[in-house]
Ligand binder design. Sequence first.
Ligand SMILES: Nc1ncnc2c1ncn2[C@@H]1O[C@H](COP(=O)(O)OP(=O)(O)OP(=O)(O)O)[C@@H](O)[C@H]1O
Ligand SMILES: [Mg+2]
Length: 271
Amino acid sequence: MSTKPEAELGRAADGRGVGERNEAAMPLRLTLANLSKSFDGTEVLHDISFDEDVRALAIIGPSGGGKSTLLRIIGGLEAPTCGTVSVDGRPIGTDEKSLRAYRATLGFVFQDSGLFHHMSALENVALPLRVVHEATPAAAEERARELLERLGLAEAAAKRPAQLSGGQKQRVAIARALAARPRLLLLDEPTSALDPEFTTEVLDVVRDLAEEGTRFIIVTHEMGFARRACDHVAFLSGGRLAEYGPSERIFEHPETPELQRLLSRLLEWSW
Ligand SMILES: Nc1ncnc2c1ncn2[C@@H]1O[C@H](COP(=O)(O)OP(=O)(O)OP(=O)(O)O)[C@@H](O)[C@H]1O
Ligand SMILES: [Mg+2]
């Protein structure tokens, strides 16, 4: 396999900071056109259309409402039954080759950090850079160290996942997702398995990255985070996009009784 020197990872060319992108101020245009998804004949997403600039988008809603399924479709991990996803005006494609290329432009963080248990934090972050993005070992390691330091994990670099706290593991997972400077970070309940103190630690990191220009879509039940750190919120309920708008509007003036109920319940438990 050929390897790419550091400059080709886009690192040295412009002196950007760790989580930053050149087009930091630029949103990404996400267009969902009549998306539906069925599993075994049961439709779990119904005709979802959405065409917006995304910087920091929260997807909220009751359990089973289709949030993870929608995020996975946006990320090219799951195929919709009908409809299309386009990013910056380009459909993401349906064949495995285009989907693989598309997925490589994104960063994913899930509920479970999904780290390799037999590798150090540093190796967990550097590995995909070498294997997926063909970075040289030296460039991959340098980038991994830089990210771990940025996320407050310099001391954790040599440790294996079993030696890390839940919050540290999720921060390593975020570092890994950011390693190749994804154009969009997708996070599915990254804090739902964590104690409150670690939840805050992880969400603070996501908020800081967003302030530096990392674009993200997060599925979360942390309403305080959605309200303060996200500029837009999509409320998904029963497989439908029931409400969408600027977070201030969603939280100050929820329109559907369902969202009103959800917010009154969840705001008490907030980040
Ligand atoms: N692979 C699958 N096979 C069959 N049904 C599925 C599959 N994935 C999701 N579903 C169903 O689709 C619906 C939406 O699930 P999804 O996981 O997207 O909801 P969610 O909003 O993320 O819920 P939660 O907040 O509990 O994570 C549920 O009824 C679920 O059982
Ligand atoms: Mg889910």
